[in-house]
Design a protein around this ligand. Structure first.
Ligand code: ZN
Length: 219
């Protein structure tokens, strides 16, 4: 059987199973839901937010990209963030990285000559590596160094989130959402929290936007 045929067949089986288990399942899905959680994860095919947290459709609003970045020049990310915070009014935002992330490993190496866009996308991860090189190189194995950069990247992305006007405006207006940095372990399936910022946490003043700027919705 061809791979895509299998996907469609499995989809039919899944739909039948859901309906058999709960005849109201698809009726309930059609009702609007306001998830409390916005998940920013890696695009890696092994890390699905709902699967690793055993959540149902409607519980988590998701944005994924390579190496779970808070990319403030990325219109796709900004639109998702704005929708999650301003419309869905999520209470929590999770940046979830994962150990064994191939993109993080790639960022620690020379740019690949054939990967023009990947090289650009990983630029900010390279910056984190450069700024924390001493700490990272203090680890005594390649795996340890990769893992350290995975964690530092998650922490950095949580701080990047706090620096956006979308978050600063929401903190001033409604004392939410809190920001969490998680890392998922491919070897044991366990998530651990490595960073957190409660709503209205103090910011370094160089990132603090004035009320006027925040009102103007600049990023
Ligand atoms: Zn990854």
């Amino acid at each position: 059987m061809k791979p895509l045929e299998r996907l469609l067949l499995e989809n039919r089986a899944w739909a039948q199973e859901k309906a058999a288990h709960d005849p109201e399942f698809f009726h309930k899905l059609r009702q609007p839901r306001n998830p409390d959680v916005f998940w920013i994860g890696c695009s890696d095919s092994r890390v699905h937010a709902d699967q690793v947290t055993q959540t149902e459709p409607g519980e988590i609003f998701v944005h994924r990209n390579i190496a779970n970045q808070v990319a403030i020049m990325d219109m796709n990310f900004l639109a998702a963030l704005e929708y999650a915070v301003d419309f869905l009014k999520v209470k929590h935002i999770i940046v979830c990285g994962h150990y064994g992330c191939g993109s993080i490993k790639a960022a620690m190496e020379k740019p690949h000559p054939d990967h023009l866009f990947m090289n650009k996308w990983l630029k900010y991860i390279k910056d984190i590596y450069r700024l924390h090189r001493e700490t990272i190189n203090g680890e005594n194995s390649d795996e340890g160094r990769h893992n350290r950069l995975v964690e530092l990247n998650v922490t950095e992305q949580v701080h990047n989130l706090a620096q956006t006007s979308v978050i600063q405006r929401a903190w001033r207006a409604g004392n939410r959402p809190d920001l969490r940095g998680w890392v998922y372990g491919l070897n044991d399936g366990i998530i651990k929290e490595i960073a957190s910022l409660e709503a209205d946490s103090p910011l370094d003043s160089i990132y603090e936007q004035s009320s006027e700027d925040v009102g103007a919705k600049d990023v």
